[in-house]
Design a binder for this molecule. Structure first.
Ligand code: FAD
Length: 573
């Protein structure tokens, strides 16, 4: 009965005296009053019901291979040698029987359909994620990065930029030390249009495959990254300016939401400069209005001005921007706008992935500007918050507060963060403060603090939405516990769970079958072109990782159970 109701498979006409809506409400109320829904994540029969025994054995083989350091460390070399030895056709077969079959849904929209539909019958949805990546050498990647992140004015030595927000050749290959995320390098505007087309196809396919689909996009795919670097620097300098003024009034250590400036308490000498800066800030914020941003008449470079901490006067970030640079910035925003409108048309929610901290302030701010426009009636645009960042809670709480004040639907994906090693070594090498929490425990605490804040907001307003994008079982259990305490039911569909395809089915499927909205990030693309993605999957499933070990134990448990009960030839219906 429970899974029948929670999966919305009930038919109102079964119940003569009570309407469907009332019945659902009654059941939701009962569920709050009665005992909390508890899910047994060790119950492998339920968890692997969607998998044939052959698929379980394939998972065991793949995870076993990932337990060999040599295989993981040399996976790219092994794959390219296998291709040479086996030939393309046999290589593809071997990949489909192993890594590709485990972690990738298929080559294109058509071929991934059966898997998506099968998962859906077990209550697990899909976030389509086209995973094709260019197979660049490190040198090529570094060159592309330096070409696309340095303005003409910088080349001419107009240089008072902050080192964190400048491209550095040594860290030009942004793929280094990243395990979960795909990396785009800028080639030209035509390539960005191509990426946009791919995302549009994804949105259409997501709209067609379910009623409440998600699609994921990355902003670095949609334009020249130089703009993201520059805009990030501007935003950070404005925030720093505000903190500087707040500190002058003894509010330095306070939470960001409490740092309210009292202009009349500023020293007379400072007041004039503060006023001029605040007036300019207002002008800057006006410019940030989404419609104005994408309007051809607005010069984006007018936004790229920063306050001077001493004088309060505004200074341009760079002396000049070329017309081509101006057009590139505009086109990036216009592509984002096309995607958002397409998502609205197809009833698909758009998830904007989080990336490196030197791009992220701009990515997050542009996403927020889209939310202000497109999240008026329901949450369409989702921002991503990386909880390994020291500033994660400030970011989450400020954006929630803004959504409250302006009355739009807050939508967030919470992750721990994929770029830790790269961020740390870049900060150390280049010489700025490490943006990452000091240890794993601090990241866990940050995650739970941010999550708690959003869950309480959902309980209070019923407007916010959150995706708990994590493979961490403790985090999933924490979420379920807090949902129970706050009276948030799965049928309200405000709290979602997200995991990657081929990983942690023992978490996703029990959640789905208990009626919780749960989604797999579903990568797809031709075998040869998703190899870099597969390489990262191997890294993330290294045998010594706790999650990978648990998964292997549970898979064995289920295979042995099927052997003992004679279900060894089991195939899902
Ligand atoms: C559906 C989905 C979508 C995702 N989207 C994004 C995205 O848009 N952007 C993005 O950056 N990542 C994204 N990720 C990846 C995510 O950020 C994590 O890298 C990955 O999920 C591992 O974290 P976990 O919570 O699943 O597992 P856990 O194993 O519990 O956490 C591992 C993570 O903890 C953090 N950590 C580990 N050691 C330390 C330490 N010593 N100090 C501080 N922190 C530490 C790191 O972030 C590490 O990745 C996504 C993941 C999923 C499942």
């Amino acid at each position: 009965m429970w899974s029948y109701v929670l999966n919305k498979k009930w038919r109102p006409d079964c119940w003569r005296t009570i309407s469907g809506d009332d019945l659902l409400k009654l059941i939701e109320r009962m569920s709050r009053v009665c005992k909390a829904i508890s899910i047994d994540f060790e119950q492998t029969e339920e968890a692997y019901k969607s998998k044939s025994t052959l698929e379980l054995l394939r998972s065991l083989l793949v995870f076993k291979l990932c337990s060999y350091d040599l295989v993981v460390d040399k996976n790219m070399e092994i794959m390219s040698l296998s291709k040479k030895l086996l030939g393309q056709s046999l290589f593809e077969k071997a990949m489909k029987a192993t890594f590709y079959g485990q972690f990738v849904a298929g080559e294109d929209h058509q071929s991934i359909r059966p898997l998506i539909q099968k998962n859906q019958t077990y209550g697990v949805g899909a976030v389509l994620d086209y995973s094709v990546e260019e197979d660049l050498t490190q040198e090529e990647a570094e060159k592309k990065e330096m070409d696309s992140c340095v303005s003409v004015a910088e080349k001419e030595n107009d240089d008072h930029r902050e080192k964190k927000y400048k491209a550095h050749r040594k860290f030009g290959d942004r793929r280094g030390g990243v395990i979960s995320a795909r990396t785009y390098f800028y080639a030209d505007e035509a390539k960005c249009d191509q990426h946009m087309e791919t995302f549009l196809n994804c949105i259409r396919a997501s709209g067609g495959s379910s009623e409440d689909g998600f699609s994921a996009i990355k902003m670095t795919a949609l334009g020249r990254p130089q703009f993201l670097l520059q805009f990030s620097e501007v935003l950070v300098k404005w925030r720093r300016f505000f903190s500087f003024l707040a500190a002058k009034q003894g509010k330095g250590g306070m939470d960001v939401l409490e740092q309210k400036l009292e202009l009349d308490k500023l020293q007379v000498g400072h007041r004039r400069s503060v006023f001029s800066a605040v007036l300019s800030l207002c002008r800057t914020i006006d410019l940030l209005d989404w419609n104005s941003l994408i309007d051809d008449r607005t010069r984006i470079s007018n936004l790229l001005v920063v306050p001077n901490l001493e004088t309060g006067e505004l200074e341009p970030l760079l002396k000049k921007f070329t017309d081509e640079e101006e057009k590139q910035m505009k086109r990036m925003l216009q592509r984002i706008d096309v995607l958002a409108k397409h998502a609205v048309e197809h009833g698909v929610r758009l998830m904007v992935d989080a990336e490196q901290t030197y791009f992220q302030p701009a990515i997050s701010r542009l996403t927020l500007e889209m939310q202000r426009i497109f999240n008026r009636q329901k949450p369409i645009i989702f921002n991503t918050y990386q909880c390994y960042l020291k500033e994660a809670f400030d970011n989450v709480s400020m954006d929630v507060e803004l959504s409250r004040r302006e009355d739009w639907f807050f939508g967030a994906k919470l992750v721990r963060g994929a770029y830790m090693y790269q961020e740390r070594s870049r900060a150390q090498e280049i010489g700025y403060q490490d943006p990452i929490n000091p240890d794993y425990e601090a990241t866990n605490q940050m995650y739970h603090k941010c999550l708690d804040y959003v869950l309480e907001e959902i309980a209070a307003s019923r407007k916010a939405n959150v995706m708990v994008a994590s493979h961490n079982l403790d985090t999933v259990k924490f979420t379920l516990e807090r949902m129970n305490e706050l009276g948030l039911t799965p049928t309200e569909r405000k709290v979602y769970f997200g995991q990657l395809l081929g990983m942690c089915d023992q978490i996703s499927f029990p959640l789905g079958q208990a009626g919780f909205p749960v989604y797999k990030y579903v990568p797809y693309g031709p075998v040869n072109e998703v190899i870099p993605y597969l390489s990262r999957r191997a890294q993330e499933n290294r045998g010594f990782m706790k999650g990978a070990q648990t998964e292997r134990q549970l898979l064995w448990k289920e295979v042995l159970r099927r052997l003992a009960s004679g279900e060894v030839l089991y195939r899902p219906a």
